[in-house]
Structure formats: C-alpha cells, structure tokens
Design a protein around this ligand. Sequence first.
Ligand code: FA5
Ligand code: MG
Length: 412
Amino acid sequence: TAGYWLRCMSTLETIELNGRNYKKDHMTNVPQNIINRLNKQLHNTKDHPLEIVKSKIVDYFHGYFRNRHGGCVFASIDNISPVVTVQQNFDNLLVPKDHVSRSKNDNYYINDLQMLRAHTTAHEIDLISSGWNAFLNTGDCYRRDAIDKSHFPVFHQLEGVRIFDDFELFEETKDNSLRILEKTASMRTEEKQAEHTIDAARITEFNLKYTLMKLVENLFGDNVEMRWVDAYFPFTHPSWELEVKLNGEWMEMLGCGILEQQILKYAGAGDRIGWAFGLGLERFAMKLFDIPDIRLFWSEDERFLKQFKTGVDTTFQPFSKYPPSYKDISFWVNDGNFSSNDLFEIARSVGGDVIEEMTLVDQFVHPKTQRESHCYRITYRAMDRTLRDEEVNDVQNKLRSEAAKLLHIELR
Ligand code: FA5
Ligand code: MG
C-alpha cells in the first residue's frame, strides 16, 4: 500500500509525457487532450498527407541543392522530441523576458523550465552548434491558439536554415573584395543588421526569397499567386512572411528572415551569415491537396486516409459533410482578466473534435453596471458522423458548467 500512496502522490506532483515524468508547478498547463496527441508522429506516418508534403519539400531541397561532390546540401531531421526548455524556445532566440509571446495563455508549459515547443526554431542553436550549415527540421508544435479552419493547437512546422561563409555567399559575384561582416559595426537599418555589409544582407535576402518562391512554384505550379509581407521576429532581421492565395483568400504559409548575428555567435558561427524559415506543414498540405479544414489531418476516418498515397498526386475529394448544429454561450465578464483562449481551451477539453469553430458574435457593456457581456457562437460538427442532439446538449452543458466554474464569468 505504501507503493500505491507514493504513486498517487507522484501523479499529483508530476506529469507524464511519452513515458517520462516531469515536475509540475504553478506554470503547468498541458491538458490531457494535448497529451493524447503527443507522439502521434503524423509527419512520419507513411501515406499521411503531412508526411507526403514533408517528403515533397525535402525532395525539392535535395534535388535543387547539390554540393561539388553531388551530395545533398541540406540535412533532414524529423525526430527531435517536442519537449524543450523555455531557454531553447525563447531565451536562445533573444525573445525578451517580458515578451507577450511567452505568455501562459499562448503556450503549453510543463513547468517553469520546460514546455512543449511552440516552433521548430527552438532547436536552431543546438543544430547550428552541432555543425550543420544547412538543414531541414520537421516537428510537431504546440500553441494555445484560436480554433478555426487553419489553426489547431497541435500543428507541424518544417524549419529550414542555411549558413554561408564569405566564399559561398559571394562565389557567383566573382568579386573577391566582398565580405559578410563590416570591419567596424555600422548602423542597423530596415534592410540589414549592424554587423552585416549591405551586399551580404542583399544577397542573403535574395537567396532566401528565391529558394522559397521556387519551392512554392515547384509544389503548386507556376501560376500560384504569392506575396511577401514585412514581418517581425526577435530572432531574425529583416523578416518576412510569405502568403499564398487559396480559394480566393490569402493564407500565411511561413515566416522567415536573416538570422540575428547574436544567435550565430551563440552557436559558434559568428563569422558567417544565415537565413531561416519556419513553414506550416498543414497549410502547405491544405493548398497541395485542397483540404478545407485543418482538423481533417487528425481524422482516423478511412474515407480521408485512403485518399492519400506517397508518390501519387491527388486532390482531396470531400466526402459529404455532416450537418452542423449551432449553440450560443452568453455571459457577463466579472473582471478584466477574461481571455478567450481560456474559454477555447475548456471547449477543446470538453468537446474534443466535435467543436468546429467558436466565434465572438456579440459583445457590449451594460450602461448601468458597466459589466461586459460576451456571446460566442459554437459550431458543432463531427467529421465522421451526424451528431445527435443529446450529444451536442451534453457537451454544451459541460462547457457551460466548466466555464462557470473555472472562469470569472456569470452565465446569462
Ligand atoms: C514562427 O513560428 C517562426 N518560428 C517562423 C520563423 C522561423 C521565422 C525562422 C523566422 C525564421 P509563426 O508563428 O508565424 O512563426 O508560424 C509560422 C507558420 O506556422 C505560420 O505561417 C503557419 O503556417 C504555421 N502556424 C502557426 N500557428 C499555427 C496553428 N495554430 N495551426 C496551424 N499552423 C500554424
Ligand atoms: Mg506568423
């Protein structure tokens, strides 16, 4: 019995992820429905659309970039654990201590030192330090995010990095007076970092954008519509996002930029210059196969999985969608700390995959009490069956009671 009680004690104080126990503390916020998705390895599952798109991207890089000896320039890695330190996910990447992106509201923390990676950039310094000059690194990422057709709290990124020395960067210019680093640091401008020469920054930017545009054309055809948008990331400067038109709407596919020189210095490559990008594998697969909803990637329905085969180009044939049903939840907010992500997370843990979408449809302040009222519309729909009324009511009632219990709100 002592063993039994010890086990009970330890489940209170630890959290088990992929068979390992981690210390819990005030930061722990990984719910069971996320733990259940750890180690699904969709990106390494043969004939899964995410694996197919990953392989196509890796093949493009292997086909286009060869070294003098005919070998592949880019190494490909896809099996690094998503459990990382807060240092890897943020500090190593120069994310300020008080930056909003660190918030417990937006991330899954295991404890105050460890978390589920929010992006594959978390491994940049480790991989560069271990000697790679060019690599592709694919993995599952975790974020407390909104629920809609292109966002899911578990998704996959493919990270690409390429680092150049003076010779490689300027080889084609045939001008051997060009250098990556300024002799004395100049000014940081919108176009470049202080350490870099303008020539180095321009050639690196061109190489990055050209590589990614060719990737997009290679996957989606020469007529694909795309555009560059200026962006900001703490770990790159300058930075951009690439958007692609999908069914008449612009969809963000990736973020990228020139690595902050400080990061290369940390990694022992301060004499070189590098670019990096992180792309959403689901977004690429949605465009490639015309898959309309990101939740489908988690489907175990044969009518979905059967449609994809490695090496065969296909377009997704939607099977009849089951009818949706709609429910509203309205409440008064009792303090200024209300966050819709907390409500979304409760919805995900009580509803799992049957909640397709939640949108704020009404919000107002009561003129007398000054209290704020919110109303969210919930779309219930399953991918593989028609939901019964009782089932929807059941989830809706659980959602109402959990929300009332866990959030500072008063149901209306
Ligand atoms: C990043 O995560 C940066 N680490 C990308 C980067 C890498 C920039 C290297 C510079 C250098 P962002 O949060 O924008 O950036 O996410 C990158 C891509 O991941 C998005 O463009 C999108 O395609 C995908 N993505 C992000 N969040 C989700 C989500 N919740 N569901 C599905 N895909 C997502
Ligand atoms: Mg972005």
